[in-house]
Each structure stands twice: as structure tokens, then as C-alpha cells.
Write a protein that binds this ligand. Structure first.
Ligand code: ADP
Ligand code: 5GP
Length: 251
């Protein structure tokens, strides 16, 4: 896919009232398909309801129980291309043969409502968002190893054998991009991962907006420790065996 046309970032992002009064925090979540990202996002939104999920536009057809306007806005190639040409996307990318894009409109709405956004996007899209919004917080979710990823893909039961092979092959390329992210989260035990993910979100919010009212000192310390343990510089060592399981040597 061609890169999106240049966008007057500040102009578009500022909205019609012309001010970034309180820019929403952007949490970018990326992971190889099948790692558990959608599951984690769902749980995160359940425990931190004041977050908002950025619903992307896609040309891929709905899967299973997906509903237009809930998981995605499902559009035709022509509709997607028209939006891209009009500069409606903060970023867009082609993934597994389909187009996906994050609409500026979501950022504008979140800003007006003072809500933080969770973006579930691939590594190409994450790099584009980081270039335009360096303050965005990148979180890379990794599966425990290649074998577990293969098992989760199979267990999910949404893909043909050949689609699973493609996803596993692509997983190596995506995992190799982990060092572009601020945080690394190994999604082994789901409960632990949800706790870590919400600790990252809450700690970043507190860093920008000050302490959370009513939180005890012990809870604050625990939250900060959990978040710090997921910072890339601390968690990268845990990724080494995972990289090896994907045939990568690591950094
Ligand atoms: P993704 O959105 O990254 O493609 P999903 O959220 O669809 O992945 O998860 C893939 C499969 O793995 C699903 O069947 C889900 O229930 C399962 N799963 C997700 N996280 C875990 C976990 N921590 N432990 C075991 N299974 C998990
Ligand atoms: P799926 O079709 O399995 O829902 O998603 C396939 C991939 O597309 C996932 O890696 C997901 O994160 C990514 N994706 C979903 N929405 C967007 C988007 O708006 N932009 C980009 N760049 N990737 C997206």
C-alpha cells in the first residue's frame, strides 16, 4: 500500500475548536496474531472502563460474532481508498491482504470527551503513530513461545491451516520489532497480564496527570513496580528465549 498522503497533523488533530486542551493518552498495543491482544484489550476495558477502544476501519469481512461499529467499521476497498485520499487516517496499513486504518475522528472525539485511547494496531501502524505522536505509549505483547502461539491460534479456531502458517511466519517479523516499544508484556497467565497492563496504563496516567485520588501508598508502589518491570529495558531479558523459539537471535 502507498503511504498515506501528508496530513496537516496539528490542524486536523486540534479539531474545530483549534486546541489540544487535553490530548488523550494513546496506548498502542501490538502483538503477533493469536498472542491474546484482543482478549487483553477486552479485559483492560472491563477493569478500567474510562478507557476507549479506537475502532479501526478495515476492508476485511467480519469474522464470527463481529459487529460493524463494535470491533471494526467494515468498509469496501473503494470506501477505504476514498477515506485515505481525504486524509481521514492517522495511519493505515495493509495486513494479511486487507487494509486497516485508524481514523483521526476517533482522536478528536476522545480529546473532546477527555478519554484515553487504546489502539490495537500492527507494527507498521504503530511506527506511523509513534512518528506523528511521539508521546504515544507503545506496548508490545508477546506469547510465551512459538509453540504456545500455534496452540492459541489453533484453539481459537478462526483460521485455516494455511492462514495459521502465514500468521506464524509473520509472527517472527512482528516480534523482531519489539524494541520499538516502550513496554513488553509476556502474555502467559491471563490474570497476571491484565494486572500488568492496567498497571502500565494507570502509571502512565499518573505520570502525566498526577496521583490517582484515593489510592493507598502500598497500592501505588505495587502498581509502579509492576509497570516498571514491564519497561522494555527491564523485560527484554525475558524475551530472549521467546525470540529463540521463533528462530531469532535477539538484541
Ligand atoms: P489476538 O487478538 O492477539 O489475535 P486473541 O485475543 O484472539 O488473540 O487470543 C487468541 C486465543 O488465545 C483465544 O482463543 C484466547 O482465548 C486465547 N488466550 C488469550 N490470552 C491467553 C492466555 N493468557 N492464556 C491462554 N489462552 C489465552
Ligand atoms: P485482525 O484482522 O486479526 O483483527 O487484525 C489483523 C492485524 O491488523 C492485527 O495485528 C491488528 O492489530 C491490526 N490492525 C487492526 N486495526 C488496525 C489499524 O487500524 N491499523 C493498523 N496498522 N493495523 C491494524
Amino acid at each position: 500500500m502507498n503511504p498515506p498522503p501528508p496530513i496537516q497533523d496539528c490542524e486536523r488533530a486540534a479539531g474545530s475548536d483549534g486546541a489540544w486542551a487535553r490530548p488523550p493518552l494513546l496506548f498502542i498495543l501490538s502483538a503477533p496474531s493469536g498472542s491474546g491482544k484482543s482478549t487483553l484489550v477486552r479485559e483492560l476495558l472491563r477493569v478500567l472502563p474510562e478507557l476507549e477502544f479506537s475502532i479501526s476501519y478495515t476492508t476485511r469481512p467480519p469474522r464470527g460474532s463481529e459487529i460493524n461499529g463494535r470491533e471494526y467499521f467494515f468498509v469496501s476497498r473503494e470506501e477505504f481508498e476514498a477515506m485515505r485520499q481525504s486524509g481521514d487516517f492517522l495511519e493505515c496499513a495493509e495486513v494479511f491482504g486487507h487494509c486497516y486504518g485508524t481514523a483521526w475522528a476517533y482522536l478528536e472525539d476522545a480529546r473532546k470527551q477527555g478519554r484515553d485511547l487504546v489502539l490495537d494496531i500492527d507494527v507498521q501502524g504503530a511506527a506511523l503513530v509513534k512518528a506523528r505522536r511521539p508521546d504515544a505509549i507503545g506496548i508490545f505483547i508477546a506469547p510465551p513461545d512459538r509453540q504456545t502461539l500455534a496452540w492459541r491460534l489453533r484453539h481459537r479456531g478462526q483460521d485455516t491451516e494455511s492462514a495459521m502458517e502465514t500468521r506464524l511466519r509473520d509472527a517472527s517479523r512482528e516480534i523482531a520489532a519489539y524494541n520499538k516499544y516502550d513496554f513488553l508484556l509476556l502474555n502467559d497467565r491471563l490474570e497476571d497480564s491484565v494486572e500488568r497492563l492496567s498497571a502500565i496504563v494507570e502509571t502512565e496516567r499518573a505520570r502525566v496527570r498526577g496521583p490517582r485520588p484515593g489510592e493507598s501508598e502500598a497500592a501505588r508502589q505495587r502498581r509502579e513496580q509492576l509497570a516498571a518491570s514491564c519497561r522494555r529495558e527491564h523485560a527484554a531479558v525475558l524475551l530472549q528465549p521467546i525470540l529463540r523459539s521463533f528462530g531469532l537471535t535477539g538484541a
